[in-house]
Ligand binder design. Sequence first.
Ligand SMILES: Cc1cc2nc3c(=O)[nH]c(=O)nc-3n(C[C@H](O)[C@H](O)[C@H](O)COP(=O)(O)OP(=O)(O)OC[C@H]3O[C@@H](n4cnc5c(N)ncnc54)[C@H](O)[C@@H]3O)c2cc1C
Length: 433
Amino acid sequence: MKQILILGGGTGGTLVANRLRRLLSPGEAEVTVVDQDDQHVYQPGLLFVPFGRADPDEITRPRHRQLRAGIGFRRAGIERVDLGSATVVLDDGAALGYDVLVVATGARLIPEETEGLDAGGWPDRVHTFYTPAGAVSLRDALAGFEGGRIAVNVVDMPIKCPVAPLEFCFLADWYFHERKIRDRVELTYVTPLDSAFTKPVASRTLGGLLADKGVGLVTEFNTGSVDTAGRPGRLVSWDGREVPFDLAVVIPLHGGAEYVTRSPGLGDELGFITVDPHTLQSAAAPNVFAIGDATGVPASKAGSVTHFEGEVLVENVVRFLGGRPLDASFDGHANCFIETGFGKALLIDFNYDTEPVTGHYPGAVGLPLLKQSRLNHLGKLMFQSFYWHGLLPGRDIPGIGSAMPERGKRGLAATRAHTTTTTTTAAGGNGAS
Ligand SMILES: Cc1cc2nc3c(=O)[nH]c(=O)nc-3n(C[C@H](O)[C@H](O)[C@H](O)COP(=O)(O)OP(=O)(O)OC[C@H]3O[C@@H](n4cnc5c(N)ncnc54)[C@H](O)[C@@H]3O)c2cc1C
């Protein structure tokens, strides 16, 4: 019997395990998931916590309960992977062998890489909403905020859900309007990019929205340190520029899981796994695959990408075990609802070769693309239920496959020439799009 070992029981690990368990009989393969804890957080819900619109308890479920019967769950930290002996060593000393390994350990926040931030605790007036504890602490800080300067800062790319910090700005604008103190709050978005977002067409729309809502935009700001010694605090860039703040919302540097850097040959210098961007097979060993935020593919680090990757990856694990050629059909498909405040949201849909354009998704009739609408906001809210009951169990969605649909989109050809150039550049990086 074959041993399939899945490292990480988050979005990707869970959906891959469930799909594989359905496809392969218990006599064909044993499927085991390893994770360091048993708390599965619906991460898109973290965006709403600071504004009192969600609570960590409502967006967290036991990890092992999301796995189908017949899947083993091992709760332990991962120490290292030994590609030579096809073995994974856990922090309880156990060693697990595998025929196929799926790396799904996501991305890790590394605040300690930035001067002034510390892994042990966030300094006074500096917060993040990228963890449940951070989102709660930010909620309390916002509730007590009566006016002043708020800087929302992305330290460096790649980050999980690159639109989430923009959504935070839009929701903060709405939140302070609701509290009737918007005129007393100066909001500034501080990004290392040269515009509001990585993709030019979406960037124009999102940059326009920031301007409409009176949110300042500081670009090409590579944060060197976060200085909280005085009042106001200061974000200081490597080239000496400063952004003052009374409250900072920081999205820290991301990297792959730490054990990757302790596993020779497995990942790159940031701990992301180098895989073929179309088959998701690792460059390091043919029996290793990776999915989701853990990979270095030039796609967004998003749950939607992880979902679409899952279909191709599972097919390839089955083909690999059967000695058949792999399916190279993953196209970098990503889509994302972007909450814009006041009960509206945008939707973007794109892939490696095509940047977000206007039109509708998933066909000529459907949700409006790159346009604020109430329907998109309802879609964003309903997505949580789909996450627990459709995406994680690995169910197929009628009419929506892993490949990006072209029906209903306007002006695709014009954006392709441009995106091909940027994707080629990004491929050397780590999925910064
Ligand atoms: C604030 C926020 C908002 C977001 N909004 C959206 C959105 O609107 N739309 C969208 O598509 N995506 C969104 N995302 C991104 C989305 O949540 C992730 O892209 C997705 O969860 C990635 O899945 P994954 O399986 O790769 O990683 P994860 O789901 O993070 O799972 C990784 C797992 O690996 C485990 N692990 C890591 N290291 C170890 C170790 N050493 N030993 C044992 N276990 C380990 C972790 O415990 C975790 O369970 C958002 C993320 C954040 C933070």
